[in-house]
Design a protein around this ligand. Sequence first.
Ligand code: IVH
Length: 668
Amino acid sequence: MDLQTAEKEVKELHNLLNQYNYEYHVLDNPSVPDAEYDKLMQKLLEIEEQFPQLKTPDSPSQRVGGSVLDAFEKVQHEIPMLSLGNAFNEQDLRDFDRRIRQAVGDDFSYVCELKIDGLAVSLRYREGVFVQGATRGDGTTGEDITSNLRTIRSIPLRLNENVSIEVRGEAFMPKRSFEALNKVKEDKGEEPFANPRNAAAGSLRQLDPRIAASRNLDIFLYAIANPEETGVASHSEGLDFLDHLGFKSNKERKKCGNIEEVIEFVESWVEKRPSLPYEIDGIVIKVDSFDQQRSLGTTAKSPRWAIAFKFPAEEVVTKLVDIELSIGRTGVVTPTAILEPVKVAGSTVGRASLHNEDLIREKDIKIGDIVVIKKAGDIIPEVVKVLEDRRTGEEKDFAMPTHCPECDSELVRIEGEVALRCINPKCPAQIREGLIHFVSRDAMNIDGLGEKVISQLFAEKLIEDVADLYKLTYEQLIGLERMGEKSVNNLLKAIEASKENSLEKLLFGLGIRHVGAKAAKTLAQEFDHIDHLSAATFEHLIAINEIGDKMADSIVTYFELEEVKELIEELKLAGVNMGYKGPKPVSAEESDSIFAGKTVVLTGKLEQLTRNDAKEKIELLGGKISGSVSKKTDLVIAGEEAGSKLTKAQELGIEVWNEEKLLEELNK
Ligand code: IVH
């Protein structure tokens, strides 16, 4: 065969194989027997072997081509992957509906869809070719799991149009694949997965793509990351467009004209849920029109135009065999119920937090009681109530101790709080928990340093405070349980990399009381360097939006402590970055830029900047970005193919710039 013939043949084979794959895995309606597909694939493999230059990344032969990785690369989500607010009953849905109607009036539709219980992923296509897939991660930074996602047959490697697009959806493991997988695991004497969601997540986090390939995962796409760029005007049109491109969307969706129809849809699925071949944990309700979505906007975490109805939690009965105590990072002593293991909502539960002594008394819980448990939000196990008529008289009352079970100092109950606390700052349990917090994802995010490793290091006295983490050596780590050469090297690399984190991660990691991840970011932006923050006065702190008396007080007290000063010095010596590295918003008064105090609307396709970049840059100069054009708009930036917003701006006589003018002004 000559190259030209081979090229032609390869093209035909791609088309046929893609079509058969699509019919089988997306439409669930194969038109040829498997043997026919296998025969064509064999042919393609042979030609590709002879002409390696014809082996392109979008070739149907390339589903399992990826090599074994050392670690996943990080991926930035230019458009954040948000989560959803929850509704647990009809009233919550009606409240949601009222908020929507207050904001946009009565003229709108909802789209209801199934809430697939899997793992959110984002897929990028460049000119129609699948180039990258990532996990959600913390919403801003995920992990590059492209090789694993390629193995999912319902993910097209090439789209029906040569568009550049980012789409989002839920990867999941169908019930049948889950059962088959667990059977194999059990036969091999391995620990089975607790539920299909864990199984899907576990499969996609494997460094060897052959494992993901063997797991029969599937996906439903439910959103386009930046739909404005595709010319669709509503969520339902977006879903149709996804179908048109060759993606698999879930067909059990319904456009509803009012909340009554939504409630009816939700109720019908409470019934039908068990008959689905995959797990769902609720129904997602979204306002259809993008214009209306934009005017509703989002909070930091989730859009105001959507909500997730969570199905009522399954309740089961078990025996409470003991109550254990644990001490948290802030010294709070928490009682935990030890249960006879039972299966609930897909996984086996053996413990449930009892939170505090008051709750134990309120629910009249005794050791030995038969109790009803459920998982709140389908995740966190909780004791609902005691079945008093099942008591035998053998049950024992529980009393909280007077002294810390870990360091034996006297426990105190701070006024106004329900919790009992150990206030000994040297309490080993608190120090250990503080270390676990320091390395956690929203803090210094040190991969490979989980609870188990920290506990070992702490027990061996290799780390006593967070600065010690930066003194760990290869020799010390290699001696630990389950730590091979590769994990030690990866861990040391991760520790080293964490030195470069921006200040907010360190601030959150230090565990200053009342300072959460969001406040840490605000503080980092405001003070820029830890030395400025540690010198800040109470007055300066409370003058900042979002910082209240309690937090300000706690920050001042924290930085006055001698041991804190020493710790910061040690961290500096270790080379840990103490400065803020992210963008800093400027207030309108401070900025002398043309954007200061202006409300700007971006519309249409920008060529040189992403929309997010443009937004960030304008905000940095004191401008405000809004989603819709109104009389209050000062300026509209119109890219290619700008539509109704541009027309409206022109009607209202609002100043309009093109991208060139925007870049010119930004560069001034
Ligand atoms: S929409 C901005 N639609 O539920 C809205 N999410 O907490 C983004 N999920 O992280 C989500 N099925 O993993 C949407 N039909 C669906 C979904 C869905 C499952 C998951 C997704 C998301 C979480 C929301």
